[in-house]
Design a protein around this ligand. Structure first.
Ligand code: OAD
Length: 248
């Protein structure tokens, strides 16, 4: 059996799967990743005249100049962006009662749209927002029209309304720190479509590698943690998922 076949067997037989995802699971539906060859960080700096690419998600930069974030956000979600084969498969794993927890770094809401509920969006989400001045809470629907034009949404108090996405310089949701402290039980950890470069999120799947729980990484490119995983498959996530779903 080669590594791909072993990984497929582990996934099919898992009863308590921990899944950790990054931007690479959404590239097939048109959302670019950050650090891949066609990633956002290669172009965003020039396009929006930023001091450095990550500034678009930096809270200090956002406080001075929120426009680039909203110009970029216009391209990050919308009706045309729909779940992939992989998103649907992970929703199926949950429906079958085989998901321990899904932790996603993605802010595109595609796991939710696919049907996953047992999940932590550790870098937040566009689905709700907060006024940066008075703290009033909003739903995406309240600011969607303004955001779809790439414009800044303002609260009635005059403050900028910021989607509840975790920017560099902000804390992750408390529920993420809780699972880092007390990781849910698992018989398999699957990390997919992530460069594993952003901490503390990237530390979550590695907790299971350290505990010698069987581990799989599916990612197009090498990551600095490939050697921590039992099976590393450098392949398109949907092509791999098709093989998992194929009737044998
Ligand atoms: P990255 O862009 O760093 O990594 C995405 C990885 O997915 C790359 O290594 C690609 O090779 C791989 N990839 C792309 N398409 C793929 C495909 N179809 N199949 C398999 N692999 C594919 O994205 P993240 O690891 O998610 O933070 O980045 C982590 C965080 O950095 C993000 O959550 C974001 C960013 O700054 C915030 O938004 C706060």
């Amino acid at each position: 059996m080669n590594d791909t076949d072993k990984a497929i067997e582990l996934i099919r037989n898992a009863k308590k799967m921990v899944v950790f995802t990054g931007a690479g699971v959404s590239t097939n539906c048109g959302v670019p990743d950050f650090r891949g060859p066609n990633g956002l960080y290669a172009t965003v700096g020039k396009r929006f005249n930023l001091p450095y690419p990550e500034a678009v998600f930096d809270i200090d930069y956002f406080r001075q100049n929120p426009l680039p974030f909203f110009q970029l956000s216009k391209e990050m979600f919308g009706e045309k962006i729909q779940p992939t084969i992989f998103h649907k498969y992970i929703a199926q794993v949950e429906a079958e009662g085989r998901l321990s927890i899904l932790v996603t770094q993605n802010i595109d809401m595609l796991h939710t749209i696919a049907g996953n509920k047992k999940q932590i969006e550790c870098h937040g989400t566009y689905s709700h927002a907060t006024c940066t001045r008075c703290g009033k809470h909003y739903q995406l629907a309240d600011i969607e029209e303004t955001m779809s034009k790439g414009e800044i949404p303002y609260c009635s108090c005059g403050g900028v309304i910021k989607p509840d996405i975790v920017f560099f310089g902000e804390n992750l949701p408390m529920e993420f720190y809780d699972i880092m402290q007390d990781p849910p039980e698992a018989d398999l950890v699957l990390a997919a479509g992530t460069s594993l470069t952003v901490y503390p999120a990237a530390g979550f799947p590695l907790l299971y590698c350290k505990k010698k729980i069987p581990s799989i990484l599916i990612n197009m490119q090498n990551t600095q943690y490939d050697s921590y995983f039992d099976y590393v498959i450098h392949e398109d996530i949907d092509e791999f998922t098709k093989k998992v779903m194929k009737k044998s």
